[in-house]
Design a binder for this molecule. Structure first.
Ligand code: FAD
Length: 430
């Protein structure tokens, strides 16, 4: 996207893209693949069609960057010299970041749209009774709404197939609320509590998966402001959402009944038994990137790429910019965010090329989350820094964007993929 926009903005630039993959995937559609609403091949196109015609494609992995000598070191051993660098290697999925996950993953109902959405659909098709547990790690993740989207689609699938009496959907998250920004929060609460009757557990940090026993282990975190509503809408425990407290001697000591769990304290080690488990795995900046001088060396954002939050310029090197999931921008990591980051990067990069300061503070933290809440309903949550609502003014004239709608569903299924392949990747700004 940045290369295409850059080549449109100024003629005669020598642009190269280092990219090892032969194919490019539209990851936002993996949510639909996991629910059987699209196939994976429908989400993938050949890489060579995405590389702008005037850019050179260097088909290799980056192994390191030496910003002092303005060189990128490739896996082949070659070095590529640059004058200006844009860093966008995405995020790394760490299956070994949770005890037992690697061993459990991809069998016995443990699935993830982040890794293999086709397996998610296989699990979902075969899920006829018991607990479907949806969960996410305490690390930052790309598209933080994605673990919820597949949960809503699962609940809708169970309703449509008359399976909701025999099943219980459970959402367990280290987070403290279902969503941070109004009016989307209220609309999503309606879906979890009223439409789907989903049992929710907040402040639950996943620490281990026992794939053989089909158990997910959690430690309970403190909720802010002395809140105690760890467990919400869990009155259907008797229908199958059964968990246990685990003591230090590794013995079950309390069998949960009704709201007894509300009395348990921060630090409690809790086990939820599942029949199907969908999770977002732990994620981080790529290992090789963390070792470069472009990564924050300490602080809470250690390892992520340090960039100025409004200009996207590296905090450490003036001729380097960052885009997307690898950056430390305090907003949701999404493709939608990059749509708004790219024009700012291009404008500032051209300024630096002209010997000026990169002082265009064009990026306001915009990100968005198309929350698919049913097979025919979507809620477009758009926001900027500090979780302030930032809905599109033009769309807002025609549609109530605070509510999930069929029109927005059509946008998710057909409009956004078109926009991505034929607009964003081709360097059009909107
Ligand atoms: C299930 C799911 C649902 C999602 N839903 C949405 C959504 O609805 N809306 C939305 O906006 N976003 C969504 N996202 C998030 C979105 O896909 C990402 O935020 C976006 O793709 C990030 O772009 P990126 O360029 O930073 O990283 P990526 O798109 O991951 O691209 C990174 C690129 O770097 C290349 N690369 C990696 N390592 C190296 C290396 N060592 N050397 C050279 N190249 C390398 C990779 O091959 C890849 O092409 C979703 C993601 C998932 C997984």
């Amino acid at each position: 996207m940045v290369s295409a926009q850059l080549l449109r903005a100024r003629k005669g630039l020598d642009v190269a893209i280092i990219e090892p993959s032969e194919e490019h995937a539209y990851q936002p559609a993996w949510t639909l693949v996991g629910a059987g609403l699209m196939t994976r091949p429908q989400t993938v196109k050949p890489e060579k069609r995405q590389i702008p015609k005037k850019a050179t494609w260097i088909k290799d992995y980056v192994e390191s960057v030496d910003p002092d000598n303005m060189e990128v070191i490739l896996r082949s051993g070659d070095k590529v010299a640059y004058e200006y660098l844009i860093v966008a290697p995405g995020i790394q999925i760490n299956l070994d970041g949770i005890e037992g996950l690697k061993e459990a993953f991809g069998k016995n109902g443990v699935c993830s749209n982040y890794v293999d959405p086709e397996y998610t659909w296989e699990v979902l098709k075969n899920f006829k009774e018991g607990v479907a547990l949806f969960t996410q790690p305490a690390t930052p993740i790309k598209c933080p709404g994605a673990p919820q989207k597949i949960m809503y689609l699962t609940a809708d699938h169970l309703n449509r197939n008359g399976l909701n009496d025999k099943t219980q959907v459970v959402f367990a998250t280290p987070g403290t609320v279902i969503f941070g920004t109004e009016p989307f929060k209220t609309e999503l609460k309606r879906y979890v509590n009223e439409v789907y009757n989903i049992a929710q557990r907040y402040g639950y940090k996943l620490i281990k998966i026992d794939g053989e026993k089909k158990e997910a282990h959690y430690v309970r975190l403190a909720l802010p402001d002395g809140r105690t509503d760890y467990v919400v809408n869990d009155e259907r425990n008797a229908a199958g959402c059964i968990g246990y407290v685990w003591d230090d001697g590794q013995q079950y000591v309390v069998e949960e009944e009704n709201n007894a769990i509300d009395e348990l304290k921060e630090g409690t080690h809790y086990v939820i038994k599942y029949d199907m488990l969908h999770l977002a795995p732990p994620q981080s900046a790529p290992d090789w990137f963390q070792k470069t001088k472009l990564a924050n060396q300490d602080g809470p954002d250690k390892g992520w790429m340090g960039v100025h939050k409004h200009t996207l310029q590296s905090r450490f090197y003036q001729n380097v910019f960052g885009a997307g999931d690898v950056t430390d921008l305090p907003t949701a990591r999404t493709g939608a965010a990059i749509r708004k980051q790219s024009p700012t990067i291009v404008e500032n990069l051209l300024k630096v090329m002209d010997g000026k300061d990169a002082n265009y503070e064009g990026y306001d933290g915009y990100s968005s989350c198309p929350l698919v809440v049913a097979h025919n309903r979507m809620l477009l949550a758009e926001f900027k820094y500090e979780a302030v609502r930032s809905s599109d003014p033009l769309l807002s004239k025609f549609i109530d964007l605070g509510k999930a709608s069929y029109a927005m569903w059509l946008m998710k299924r057909y409009g956004l993929p078109m926009l991505y392949w034929h607009g964003m990747l081709k360097g059009y700004k909107f």
